[in-house]
Design a protein around this ligand. Structure first.
Ligand code: AMP
Length: 438
């Protein structure tokens, strides 16, 4: 199928051609015709499949023959869970809408209100927003959703995971009932189906990838790690490999991301952290540096890295395994974008067995074990830990200096449990190990 067969207007086809796309991806081929017919959609497609264009092209098509929109009342609203994804969707709007006169605004938490007030006081047609700040504007009366014709819920599953369900429902209730709703989700569980039943009208369901399917073009590997120091050595080896162009390295906590990025930088690598504690300006700069190839290694937490789409990323390294299986799929989807190949490497210690089993069950396959010659693990994954730690009283970390965080603390969201803190050698605090490794 060609894009021309999708019956998009000339200016959109021209923009697609300028991107170098020769044919629609499967999700685009299925979703665009239905969306152009005005149908509601619930589409489950894995990340990296071209889903942004799958909703953005029909949305822009609706705007292609547009008269000037009213002030602060968009016709298209795209809701995304994170600021990074919102920025990315905004960029896609500019790319695909470059030959259209479309004014868009991006409404994000952590960004200046002044600019947003200014943008919303102008006529505009399209708004990309994260739910929290959009509710804020709704409450202040600085935006009206009365004229929304198309509502897109991008990565809706993640919005629910992040606790935005009420916000999403409130925002939806502020849009006209006769709007068209396009819901994209990586996973389609009961909660999502129930949400869809409330928000969508007679939707066309498009399920391209079986739930949990991982991008086929991503080679996945598992390295058994003894402890944090072993992970450090393996990481050092991997980042020195010429085959690695750019990598996202996932850590369990924001503090770990900072420490690891610092440790890598101090060893002469071009590395930076990306996490939710950084201000929006710093986050944008970091993602821009990554996109422009000025940054080779990005050490990130799950939420921050969601939606990052940089074609140069050859490797994803799970320095820490994600606690939730869906996050594994999202993480490795940062590489192997749009037909490129990529490598996803996970460091797994004996204490991560539970998380590993959940991931392998979810993706429906066993991750192949790899060993770096000279860095063999001293024990196999199935072996029980040598000396299980006794639970400590709350507030006692057992690390020099009494600091918390460090090796563990995967409790970024959903649970506060810190399973992984048991995985590293308990006698070594991360601060000490990072210092040693410089
Ligand atoms: P997404 O799943 O929306 O994050 O898109 C993943 C990547 O696919 C992005 O880098 C897009 O630029 C690229 N892409 C989207 N549609 C196409 C297409 N039809 N042909 C080639 N690349 C595409």
């Amino acid at each position: 199928m060609s894009f021309a067969e999708l019956k998009l207007s000339e200016s959109i086809l021209k923009a697609i051609a300028a991107c170098g796309y020769t044919e629609p991806t499967p999700i685009q081929a299925r979703a665009i015709p239905e969306a152009l017919l005005g149908r509601d959609l619930i589409a489950s497609a894995q990340t990296g499949t071209g889903k942004t264009a799958a909703f953005m092209l029909p949305a822009l098509e609706r705007l292609a023959t547009l008269k000037k929109g009213p002030k602060g009342a968009p016709r298209i609203l795209v809701l995304t869970p994170t600021r990074e994804l919102a920025s990315q969707v905004t960029e896609a709007t500019r790319t695909y809408g470059r030959f259209l006169r479309i004014r868009s605004a991006v409404i994000l938490g952590g960004s200046s209100y002044r600019e947003q007030f200014q943008a919303l006081s102008q006529p505009l047609e399209l708004v990309v927003a994260t739910p929290g700040r959009l509710i804020d504007h709704l409450d202040r009366g600085t935006i009206s959703l009365d004229r929304v014709e198309i509502l897109v819920l991008d990565e809706a599953d993640r919005m629910l995971d992040m606790g935005f369900q009420q916000a999403v429902e409130k925002i939806t209730a502020a849009t006209p009932a006769e709007r068209q709703t396009l819901l994209f989700t990586a996973t389609l569980d009961k909660t999502m189906t129930q949400l869809a039943a409330r928000l969508l009208r007679d939707p066309v369901q498009i399920a391209l990838a079986p739930q949990g399917a991982t991008a086929v073009q991503v080679e996945q590997r598992l390295h058994v790690a003894d402890n944090l120091e072993h992970k450090q050595r393996m990481l050092e080896h991997l980042v020195a490999d010429n085959a690695l162009n750019q990598a996202i390295i996932f850590s369990a906590t924001k503090r770990d991301a900072d420490r690891l990025a610092q440790a890598l930088s101090s060893r002469g690598h071009s590395a930076a952290a990306l996490h939710g504690d950084m201000n929006q300006g710093a986050r944008n700069r970091t993602v821009r540096n990554l996109r422009q190839g000025r940054l080779k290694l990005l050490v990130a937490t799950d939420v921050a890295a969601r939606g990052i789409d940089v074609s140069g990323i050859s490797h994803v390294i799970n320095f820490d395994l994600p606690k939730f299986a869906e996050d594994y799929v999202h993480r490795i989807g940062r590489t192997g974008r749009a037909g490129a190949t990529g490598t996803a490497i996970s460091f797994v210690s004996v204490h991560d067995l539970g998380a590993l089993q959940r991931i392998e069950r979810y993706i429906g396959k066993t991750l192949p074990r790899h060993v770096i010659p000279g860095m063999e693990p001293s024990r196999s994954l199935s072996a029980p830990p040598r000396s299980p730690r006794k639970p400590r009283p709350a507030g006692v970390s057992g690390k020099p200096g009494g600091k918390t965080g460090g090796t563990g603390g995967s409790g970024q969201r959903r649970t506060g449990g810190s399973k992984r803190s048991q995985s590293a050698n308990p006698s070594k605090a991360p601060q000490v190990i990072y210092r040693h490794s410089r």
